[in-house]
Write a protein that binds this ligand. Structure first.
Ligand code: HEC
Ligand code: HEC
Ligand code: HEC
Ligand code: HEC
Ligand code: HEC
Ligand code: HEC
Ligand code: HEC
Length: 553
């Protein structure tokens, strides 16, 4: 299990400065405030998946069906059923033999459902991802991606701010926590106007007063230089292999008009292109001959008007017109007859829809604009290095973190040893960089070098009391060393920031038990079971503990 670090304390100071500065310049007004004057754009934008990318269940662009809402999942041995009761959605899970049953409410969805929808559940005031998803193509519910590796319905994967930053706007995070939010967790479900146009209050004030002096006081992405223009779409549409936040930045640092590179660095594998991912439109387009030959002239906005999704009847003509803004229709090598059979829809042959490697049951459009549809793609050699997307240079601490993050996902030994060397160097150069301290400490701990990890964790806790990783890791080492009281103290702190750290809670119960505090151990286990009723470990521990409690009486 990996718990990624939250912001550094330095970041908070930055953020406060930024907020103050922004409130003087212009504040966010919310999309509804634009409708008074831009009614047509607001109406058509509302109907796009981007505008409706998250919200309260029961709302949005699609209405889920419930006639295929129960399924068995043999690997976990559980049966799931999703149902709706007066508009409120819930997921029920049970063992087929009836020995275990639980229900969790699903108050929010993530993903418009144009191809799929994920859900969030609340537990003890924290938000977690739900283990079930809805697949619109087949109108069926199934397990969400990456949940089949658990032997029980896993209910405490934290709903990360990163996830909600891409899928919603004006996020209401609760400081000093990893996954506690306001209710609802966002000011607007989906991508608000101001995510692309920047804060609009000054613009509205100016337009209301009728003054036109010195411009409209709002950003038009199309009028920015290419890097700043592309940064707006890339903040959400470019994931690469690894995204590393620049020192002191977080997921919400980027503002339209800025350069994405000042907030984060996107790394991709060198060498051959990896398979198509859900969020690889920017990478794929960059590979196309069209983009390579046209440079800055071709961008997302060449083919897409973000305020409109062309309706099916207009679709082929809409995109054909875009292609023909650069190509002569005679340039195509295919015969007229063959093209006519496809209504001369350029995209059916040159931008076909293909399955993606990181999500099941969904297909996405191939933005590498191939001459002929690709049959299959070989992934990169496993040891292909990481390079900055677009070929720029990266800070050495960002490269160090990129390898560390990639290594933590792939367990690749070459990446791990590269990360170690680079992180040691980065720690030497900036001993107050909390992210660097945390990843270096984790590597030491994984390599059984606890003595080296301890001072790094301690420094990270001093520098940034808000993060969770150091308390979790240091607690583990303390428990190994028999210092149960310290471990319990550290873990209580971690659990106040994310109540769903199930392994931490179970280990804490063990430490409490070992130090003779059977009542606290009991309540820790009860809570662990409440959060993940299907997880057998705490259930068995609680049985044994209660046996001991009975014998003691
Ligand atoms: C009171 C009316 C009014 C409201 C409310 C309003 N706008 Fe405008 N907006 C205008 C007018 C008028 C123009 C044309 C200004 C010009 O051409 O000088 C404009 C122009 C724009 C432009 C183009 C700027 C350019 O340089 O090309 C954008 C983008 C824009 N508005 C976005 C928004 C957004 C986003 C909101 C909501 C946060 C919003 N507007 C709210 C009246 C309004
Ligand atoms: C704040 C994050 C964010 C930004 C900024 C953003 N997108 Fe999106 N976009 C999304 C998400 C999330 C979806 C998926 C919506 C869904 O189906 O849930 C999406 C979907 C889309 C789609 C599919 C159809 C549709 O209209 O929803 C297109 C096309 C698209 N984006 C183009 C763009 C372009 C062009 C830009 C830059 C001008 C841009 N996006 C900027 C997050 C963003
Ligand atoms: C870096 C931005 C980003 C992050 C982080 C992100 N997404 Fe997305 N997601 C997107 C974009 C953009 C799309 C649109 C798909 C595409 O690229 O075509 C999308 C598509 C989806 C879809 C399919 C929507 C549809 O109907 O087409 C779901 C479901 C989804 N995301 C859920 C999630 C969840 C849950 C998380 C967090 C655990 C998450 N995403 C994290 C950007 C992001
Ligand atoms: C995903 C990014 C994105 C979102 C969200 C978005 N816009 Fe835009 N908007 C753009 C881009 C890109 C352009 C420039 C289009 C062009 O000229 O090619 C633009 C142009 C405009 C313009 C000026 C040009 C015109 O067509 O009149 C207005 C006004 C505007 N947007 C208003 C809005 C409003 C209001 C909303 C919310 C309802 C909104 N936009 C949401 C990306 C976005
Ligand atoms: C901004 C201009 C521009 C747009 C828009 C554009 N292309 Fe291109 N495309 C180019 C250029 C330039 C080349 C390279 C031409 C060459 O090498 O002769 C190219 C090359 C291609 C190739 C050859 C690919 C290869 O690997 O050799 C195909 C196929 C193609 N385009 C199809 C399309 C289709 C289909 C569309 C619309 C969906 C489109 N293009 C939109 C500029 C564009
Ligand atoms: C040469 C034209 C072209 C360019 C440039 C382009 N797209 Fe697309 N895009 C398409 C076509 C065609 C579709 C399929 C639309 C459909 O099926 O209705 C599409 C679909 C999408 C979708 C919906 C999901 C999917 O994969 O089907 C998203 C999201 C998207 N594009 C994002 C982007 C982003 C981000 C950029 C800029 C990096 C971009 N596109 C640049 C032509 C283009
Ligand atoms: C029925 C499928 C089909 C349709 C529809 C189609 N193409 Fe093609 N296109 C092809 C094939 C096949 C080739 C040749 C590929 C090769 O030589 O390997 C080609 C080649 C091309 C090339 C590269 C020419 C060269 O060799 O430099 C361009 C550019 C192109 N098409 C553009 C378009 C545009 C624009 C449209 C829509 C107006 C379109 N195509 C519609 C199948 C199609």
């Amino acid at each position: 299990m990996r718990i990624t670090a939250t912001r550094s304390s330095r970041f908070y100071i930055c953020l406060i400065a930024l907020l103050l500065c922004h409130s003087y310049a212009s504040a966010s007004a919310g999309s509804a405030a634009c409708a008074a004057c831009h009614q047509a754009i607001c109406e058509s934008y509302k109907a796009t998946p981007m505008a409706a990318s998250s919200g309260s269940t029961g709302s949005g662009l699609i209405q889920e069906r419930f006639d295929h809402a129960a399924f068995d999942n043999p690997p976990t041995g559980f049966r799931y059923r999703i149902y709706q009761d007066r508009g409120a959605y819930s997921v029920e899970f049970m063992k087929p033999d009836g020995t275990l049953r639980g229900v969790k409410a699903l108050p929010y969805f993530v993903g418009s459902g144009s191809s799929a929808r994920s859900y969030l559940l609340a537990g003890d005031g924290y938000l977690f991802e739900a283990p079930v998803a809805y697949y619109s193509g087949t109108a069926k519910w199934d397990l969400a991606p990456n949940y089949d590796t658990y032997a029980y319905p896993y209910l405490t994967r934290p709903a990360a701010p990163a996830c909600l930053t891409c899928h919603s706007s004006f996020l209401k995070t609760v400081p000093q926590t990893q996954n506690r939010y306001g209710a609802p967790p966002f000011g607007e479900g989906g991508v608000a106007c101001e995510r692309c146009h920047g804060p609009g209050e000054s613009h509205i004030r100016k337009m209301t007063s009728g003054s036109r002096e010195g411009g409209a006081a709002i950003l038009n992405p199309a009028k920015l230089d290419a890097e700043r223009r592309d940064s707006i779409c890339s903040q959400c549409h470019l994931t690469g292999e690894v995204r590393v936040m620049r020192a002191g930045r977080d997921w919400q640092s980027f503002q339209p008009g800025g350069r994405l590179y000042d907030s984060l660095t996107v790394f991709v594998r060198s060498g051959t292109s990896p398979g198509m991912k859900v969020t690889s439109h920017v990478e794929k387009l960059a590979q196309s001959a069209c983009k390579r030959a046209s440079g800055e002239r071709l961008w997302c906005g060449t083919c897409h008007d973000p305020h409109v999704v062309p309706n099916p009847a207009r679709r082929a003509g809409w995109f054909r017109q875009k292609c023909l803004s650069c190509h002569d229709s005679a340039a195509c090598r295919e015969t007229k007859a063959a093209r006519a059979r496809r209504q001369d829809d350029c995209t059916t042959c040159h931008m076909p829809k293909s399955p993606v490697v990181d999500a099941q049951h969904v297909v996405y459009t191939d933005h590498s604009i191939p001459r002929r549809p690709r049959t299959s793609e070989a992934g990169p050699p496993r040891d292909a290095g990481l390079v900055v997307f677009g070929g720029g240079r990266a800070e050495s601490r960002d490269i160090a973190l990129a390898y560390a993050i990639a290594a933590s996902r792939t367990r690749d030994a070459a990446f791990q040893s590269r990360a170690l060397t680079l992180l040691q160097e980065a720690e030497h150069n900036s001993p107050g960089d909390v992210e660097v301290l945390l990843y270096l400490a984790e590597l030491y701990r994984n390599g059984n070098q606890e003595d080296l990890a301890v001072p790094l964790y301690q420094r990270a806790i001093r520098l940034d009391p808000a993060q969770v990783t150091a308390s979790v890791g240091l607690g583990g080492i303390m428990m190994q060393r028999g210092q149960d009281a310290e471990a319990i103290h550290l873990w209580q702190d971690a659990l106040s920031k994310n109540g769903g750290l199930e392994l931490v809670r179970i280990n804490m119960a063990m430490a409490q038990w070992r130090s003779g505090d059977l009542r606290s151990a009991e309540s820790s286990l009860v809570k662990a079971i409440d959060l993940n009723p299907g997880f057998a470990t705490p259930v068995e521990m609680l049985q044994r503990l209660r046996q001991q409690l009975r014998q003691a009486r």
